[in-house]
Write a protein that binds this ligand. Structure first.
Ligand code: ATP
Length: 676
C-alpha cells in the first residue's frame, strides 16, 4: 500500500489521500461508530427520498409492465430457497430409502416433479423478463432523454462555464440504476430467505444458530473491514505525468491530426516520445483505482478473512471427531450447498448496495438538473415595446462596463471599464489586436453574458430588464463560432427564421445573399445534402477487394460529402440573411463572419449586409478593415480589454502613435511592400 505518498498539506485532515498506480485518490475519512453500522444506516436512510421519487417516476412510465417485472424479480428472490428445499427433500428421502433398503418411490417422484416444476416456472419467468425488460428500458431511457435534452438545450453559456450544468449525464444509465435497485431488493429477499432456511435446517439437524453465524462470518468481516472504493465518497484523478503524456500522444492517432502529422513530418518524434513515456511509466499500475484499492488490503486481514471463510469446515471436522453421530450425509451436503449459495448472494448484495449508492447519487444529479437556473435572468420588459417600435435600429450605451468570464483563471479582466454609445442605425466597426476584448463585447451586446460591473443600456433601459426572447428576436449574429448543424443544408439556412422554413424561395434568396447558392447547387443532393450526418454504419467480414456485391454496397455507404471552410461560412451567413426575413431584427452583429471567405466573397457579403441595413444598427468585428471602415459611422478600437480610441476613420488616423493608426499602417504597409 502506497498510502499518503502524495500527502499534500493543503488537503483537509478529514480526507485520506493515496496514490494507487497512476491515480491520485482522495477519500472521505469515515467516523466509525458502532463498527460503522450507524454510518451505513445514515447513508441508507439519506437515499430513501431519492429512491422513492425515482421508483414513483419509473412506475408512472409503465405501471403494468413494471409491476410484472417486479413480481418476476420477487420470484427470483425466493427461487433459490425453493430449489434448495426441494433438493433437500429429494436427498433426505433417498438417504432414508438407502438406509432402510426400501425407497419411497411416490415421495421421491413427488419431490422430483415439484423441483422440475419450480425450474420450469423459473425458466418461463426468465424468458418473459428478457422480452419485457428491453421494452421498459426503452421507455425509461426515452423519458429521461427527453427530460435531459430539454434542460440542456435551455442552459445558457455562463451556467455551462460555471460548471453548474451537468451534461455528462446520460439517460441510458437510468435503467441500469433502476435495475440495481431491483437487484438489491431481490438479493435482500434471497438473503433473508436463505438465512431463514439455513437456520431452520441447522436447528432441525441439531446444529443451532451458531452454524448460521459461522456461515456469514467471512462476508460480515468483509463488510466491516474491507469496504470497496465504490462504497466510499471519493475523487480520482490521473496524476502520473508519464501516463498523461502517453494519453496525449496516443490521442494524436486520431484522423483529425493526420494531415498535420504527415505534413509536419513529426511521426518519428511522437513515436520516440511515446516510447520514452512508456519506459518511464514502467510497471506503474494503470488498472482501475477501485481494483487497486481492493488489492491494497493488508496481509493480516487477508489471512483472517480466509480463515473466517473456513470456519464451517472446522465445525464439521470438530463434530466429526467429537460428536460423529450428529450429522447425516444429507444435512452436511445441504448445509454446505446452502452456505455457498448464501455467501455468494451476500457478497453480491454488498456489491449491489455499493452500486445502488452510486446509482442514487447519479439520480440525485439527474433530478438536480431540473433545479439548475440559468445565470442570465430573464427580464419582463417587452422589446422594442410600443414606444420604441418606430426605431429601425437598436441604440446601445455601455457605462463603465467590466467583465470577467465565469470561472476564468486569468488575473486580468476580459473587459475593463468600457464606455461608449451607439446610436440607432449606426454602422460600427470594432478593431483591435487578438485578445483585446472585441468578441467579448459583442457577446455582452447579444446578452449571452451579463456584465460583471457597469451597465449595458438598450434604448435607454438596462439590457437585463428586457425579455430575453425579445432581445434574441431583435438580434442577428454572424460569427466565426457559429457551427453547421448535422441537418440538411436547407434546414441549416432555414433555421435562421424557422417560421418561413417551408418556403423554398425564401431559403433560395437567403442562400443567394449569403453566397451559398453557387456551391450548393453543384452538390448531388443540393439543399437536401446533410453534412456530418449522424448515422451508425459498420461492416464485418466484407471482402476488402471491393469485388463482391456486399463490398460494393459497403463502398457506397462510405461516400462522404464535405465542403470547404469558406463554404461552411457562406451557409452560416445565409442563415443570418434568413433571420432578416423575420422583420424583427434591429441589431446585426458580425464577428469575423467573413474570415474564411475569399476577397470577392467577403466584398459581396458586406455589400449584401449593407443592403439589408434599412436603419438597423450594425456592429462588425474585423481584422481586415479595408472593406468596412469607409462606411463606418463609428470605429471603436480596443486594446487589452479597454476601449483606447473611438471616432471616424479620419479622426482616428489623426491620433499620433494611436493604436488604430498602428494597426492600419501595418495592413497598408503589407500592400505597399508587396507592390514594391
Ligand atoms: N470563454 C472564455 N473564458 C475565459 N476567458 C476568455 C474566454 N473567451 C475569451 N477569453 C479571454 O478574454 C479576453 C478577450 O478575448 P476576446 O475573445 O474578446 O478577444 P478578441 O479581441 O475577440 O480576440 P481575437 O481577435 O483573437 O478574436 C482574452 O484575454 C481571452 O483569453
Amino acid at each position: 500500500m502506497e498510502k499518503n505518498e502524495l500527502r499534500n498539506p493543503a488537503v483537509s485532515s478529514s480526507l485520506e489521500e493515496m496514490k494507487l498506480g497512476v491515480w491520485r485518490v482522495l477519500v472521505e475519512r469515515e467516523i466509525r461508530t458502532s463498527l460503522g453500522f450507524e454510518m451505513h444506516w445514515k447513508k441508507i436512510t439519506a437515499m430513501l427520498p431519492t429512491i422513492q421519487k425515482f421508483v414513483t417516476d419509473v412506475y408512472m412510465i409503465g405501471p403494468g409492465l413494471l409491476t410484472l417485472i417486479i413480481l418476476s424479480k420477487l420470484w427470483s428472490g425466493i427461487e433459490d430457497v425453493l430449489v434448495l428445499h426441494l433438493a433437500n427433500q429429494v436427498l433426505s428421502i433417498i438417504e432414508v430409502g438407502l438406509k432402510e433398503g426400501k425407497p419411497d418411490t411416490a415421495a421421491i417422484l413427488n419431490a422430483v416433479v415439484a423441483r422440475f416444476l419450480v425450474v420450469a416456472i423459473s425458466a418461463a419467468v426468465q424468458w418473459w423478463r428478457e422480452r419485457a425488460t428491453p421494452i421498459m428500458e426503452n421507455r425509461c431511457t426515452h423519458h429521461y432523454e427527453d427530460f435531459l435534452f430539454s434542460t440542456n438545450l435551455r442552459t445558457d453559456l455562463p451556467t455551462v462555464h460555471d460548471n453548474n450544468a451537468d451534461n455528462s449525464l446520460t439517460a441510458r444509465a437510468v435503467w441500469d440504476n433502476f435495475t440495481a435497485l431491483l437487484d438489491v431488493a431481490e438479493t435482500a429477499i434471497q438473503t433473508v430467505g436463505l438465512m431463514a432456511y439455513i437456520l431452520q435446517l441447522a436447528i432441525s439437524s441439531r446444529h443451532g444458530p451458531v452454524f448460521v453465524l459461522l456461515c456469514i462470518g467471512k462476508p460480515l468481516l468483509r463488510v466491516i473491514f474491507r469496504r470497496s472504493l465504490w462504497e466510499r465518497a471519493h475523487i480520482v484523478e490521473a496524476a502520473d505525468p508519464n501516463y498523461l503524456r502517453l494519453r496525449a500522444l496516443k490521442e494524436l492517432e486520431d484522423n483529425k491530426y493526420r494531415q498535420d502529422i504527415i505534413s509536419g513530418n513529426i511521426s518519428d518524434y511522437i513515436l520516440t516520445e511515446y516510447d520514452r513515456a512508456r519506459e518511464e511509466l514502467g510497471d506503474t499500475d494503470i488498472s482501475y483505482p477501485a481494483q487497486l484499492y481492493d488489492i491494497k488490503r493488508s496481509l493480516n486481514l487477508t489471512v483472517i478473512m480466509e480463515i473466517a471463510g473456513d470456519l464451517t469446515m472446522l465445525y464439521y471436522a470438530g463434530n466429526a471427531v467429537f460428536n460423529p453421530t450428529k450429522f447425516t450425509l444429507t444435512s452436511i451436503a445441504m448445509l454446505q450447498h446452502s452456505e455457498s449459495i448464501l455467501r455468494r448472494t451476500f457478497y453480491g448484495g454488498v456489491k449491489k448496495i455499493g452500486e445502488l449508492r452510486q446509482g442514487m447519487i447519479f439520480m440525485k444529479r439527474i433530478y438536480g438538473v431540473a433545479d439548475i437556473t440559468n445565470v442570465v435572468k430573464d427580464g419582463t420588459l417587452e422589446y422594442p415595446g410600443t414606444q420604441q417600435s418606430e426605431m429601425d435600429g437598436m441604440s446601445i450605451d455601455l457605462r463603465d462596463v467590466s467583465f470577467s468570464y465565469p470561472g476564468s483563471k486569468s488575473n486580468v479582466k476580459a473587459l475593463d471599464d468600457v464606455s461608449f454609445s451607439i446610436k440607432s442605425g449606426q454602422l460600427v466597426v470594432l478593431v483591435g489586436a487578438n485578445g483585446s476584448g472585441k468578441s467579448t463585447l459583442v457577446k455582452l451586446l447579444a446578452r449571452l453574458y451579463d456584465v460583471t460591473s457597469g451597465q449595458v443600456l438598450v434604448n435607454g433601459q438596462d439590457i437585463r430588464a428586457y425579455k430575453i426572447e425579445d432581445l434574441r428576436a431583435a438580434t442577428a449574429s454572424l460569427t466565426q463560432d457559429h457551427k453547421l448543424y448535422p441537418l440538411s443544408l436547407s434546414e441549416n439556412i432555414g433555421l435562421g427564421h424557422p417560421k418561413q422554413f417551408s418556403d423554398e424561395n425564401i431559403i433560395l434568396d437567403a442562400a443567394q445573399k449569403g453566397g451559398a447558392n453557387g456551391f450548393v447547387s453543384k452538390l448531388k443532393q443540393g439543399f437536401s445534402t446533410v453534412l456530418d450526418p449522424k448515422t451508425d454504419q459498420w461492416s464485418m467480414h466484407v471482402e476488402t477487394t471491393g469485388k463482391t456485391p456486399l463490398a460494393k454496397e459497403a463502398q457506397k455507404l462510405k461516400g462522404i460529402v464535405d465542403i470547404s471552410g469558406g463554404e461552411r461560412q457562406r451557409v452560416v451567413a445565409s442563415r443570418t440573411f434568413m433571420r432578416f426575413k423575420s422583420g424583427t431584427v434591429k441589431l446585426v452583429i458580425a464577428d469575423e463572419g467573413s474570415s474564411a471567405l475569399d476577397p470577392e466573397g467577403e466584398w459581396e457579403l458586406f455589400k449584401n449586409l449593407r443592403e439589408e441595413r434599412q436603419g438597423k444598427t450594425m456592429v462588425f468585428v474585423t481584422h481586415r478593415f479595408g472593406h468596412l471602415t469607409k462606411y463606418a459611422d463609428l470605429i471603436l478600437c480596443m486594446k487589452d480589454g479597454r476601449l483606447v480610441e473611438s471616432g471616424s476613420h479620419e479622426e482616428l488616423m489623426k491620433i499620433p502613435d494611436g493604436e488604430y493608426l498602428k494597426l492600419y499602417d501595418m495592413q497598408a504597409k503589407a500592400f505597399s511592400e508587396n507592390a514594391a
